[in-house]
Design a protein around this ligand. Sequence first.
Ligand code: AMP
Ligand code: ZN
Length: 110
Amino acid sequence: MEKECIFCNIIAGNTDTRFLYEDDTLVVFRDIHPHAPVHLLIVPRKHIRSINDLTPEEGGIVSRVTMVARDMAREQGVHKSGYKLLFNVERGGGQVIFHLHLHLIGGWGR
Ligand code: AMP
Ligand code: ZN
């Protein structure tokens, strides 16, 4: 846990953020500034800065994050209409929170 990291604090239960799903590897919560009717963040519990910092041993985390995003899309009812899965990587890629996370964005025109 990184003391200064917002997502580490959310994961540690130091905020009132509600988890839509959680397991030993990751948590899922709503983005506070949604870009679409459905905008969730799938966030590994382990503090990893970005995709650039992933070690080969951590590849399984990304696999799990992706599978849970797919399941959450179904649970949110956007799997048929379609959705985006997005990793922003470093500042030039739009990353502002340096704790790895996957955006699930969708729900237009359902
Ligand atoms: P990124 O630009 O990929 O780093 O995305 C960070 C996302 O985290 C942004 O879409 C923010 O709206 C979202 N965000 C920031 N703080 C919070 C928070 N406390 N709870 C939920 N989402 C947050
Ligand atoms: Zn963190």
